[in-house]
Design a protein around this ligand. Structure first.
Ligand SMILES: NC(=O)c1ccc[n+]([C@@H]2O[C@H](COP(=O)([O-])OP(=O)(O)OC[C@H]3O[C@@H](n4cnc5c(N)ncnc54)[C@H](O)[C@@H]3O)[C@@H](O)[C@H]2O)c1
Length: 254
């Protein structure tokens, strides 16, 4: 599905997509590439990243472990070098460990989800914003949150939800900080999107319950998240910042 040109960033826009080996990140990278963007892709999974990089004709393939602050903070600089500048970051990486019984949650469960989902968002987006501010042409920062930021999480995802709530708060703060430099910072909150992350360890009953409470009566597709991400990077979204775009088929009306 190619986005209409007027709702896409200009051809040649320099874009870093994280989590690009994942279901949503791959779709986002593909949509940017189809819009004529210059794309750098990043992920922990080097093998799947290689295949996506080939598919989207990425100019750079940047394997990183976002549990590392050094990897997180260094990633935008590597993309900037490869793309000869940086206009957009779509930070789509994420990690969900479901634990139906809160008593089973360990400190390790807590740390890894906070590190991958929340801490990396700060170090990646701050480094990108500083580069964009020096570049002097504004920029677009887009991070993936989740409906869990609002609900507190369903299906054993309380810790994940807390990290995604942090992503929303953090991006509001970054929007305020970097707005004067013409840099917008927004989050996209997917509802239930068909992907290995959603389905892993989720009971069939919980899945059916989500679908039953979704006015559109189905799961979303990764492409249906890519569209709003591209829109946030387009000229039409120039006055949108500190927003959380609800892309859930109406699962949560807000
Ligand atoms: N699928 C859904 O229903 C859904 C719903 C709400 C929010 N989200 C969010 O959307 C984003 C994309 O989700 P998805 O469904 O494509 O999941 P996914 O699991 O397919 O993709 C996530 C990617 O993040 C990467 N990643 C994980 N740990 C990493 C690390 N330490 N360093 C670098 N990369 C790492 C993974 O390798 C993977 O490729 C995530 O932020 C997720 O939390 C997804």
């Amino acid at each position: 599905m190619t986005a209409p040109a007027h709702l896409s960033p200009a051809p040649g826009t320099r874009v870093l997509v994280t989590g690009a080996a994942g279901a949503i990140g791959r779709s986002v990278a593909l949509a940017f590439a189809e819009a004529g963007a210059r794309v750098a892709v990043s992920d922990l999974d080097g093998e799947r990243l290689r295949s996506v990089a080939r598919e989207v004709r990425a100019l750079a393939e940047l394997p990183v472990d976002l549990r590392s602050v050094d990897d997180s903070a260094g990633l935008p600089g590597a993309a900037f070098t490869a793309l000869d500048g940086l206009d957009v970051v779509a930070h789509m990486s994420g990690l969900l460990l479901r634990r139906d019984d809160l008593a089973e949650i360990t400190a390790e469960d807590w740390d890894v989800q906070q590190e991958v989902n929340l801490r990396s968002t700060f170090f990646v987006l701050r480094a990108a914003a500083e580069l964009m501010a020096d570049q002097g042409q504004g920029g677009r920062l887009i991070a993936a949150t989740s409906q869990g930021w609002w609900t507190g999480g369903v299906g054993g995802s309380a810790v994940y939800a807390a990290s995604k709530g942090g992503v929303v708060s953090l991006c509001r703060g970054l929007a305020r900080t970097y707005g004067p430099a013409g840099i917008t910072v927004n989050t996209v909150a997917p509802g239930a999107v068909r992907s290995p992350m959603l389905l892993k360890d989720l009971s069939e009953d919980a899945l059916q319950d989500i679908v039953a409470h979704t006015p559109l009566g189905r799961l979303g597709s990764p492409e249906e998240i890519a569209g709003p991400v591209l829109f946030l990077a387009s000229p039409q979204a120039s006055f949108i910042t500190a927003a959380t775009i609800n892309v859930s088929g109406g699962w949560l009306p807000y």
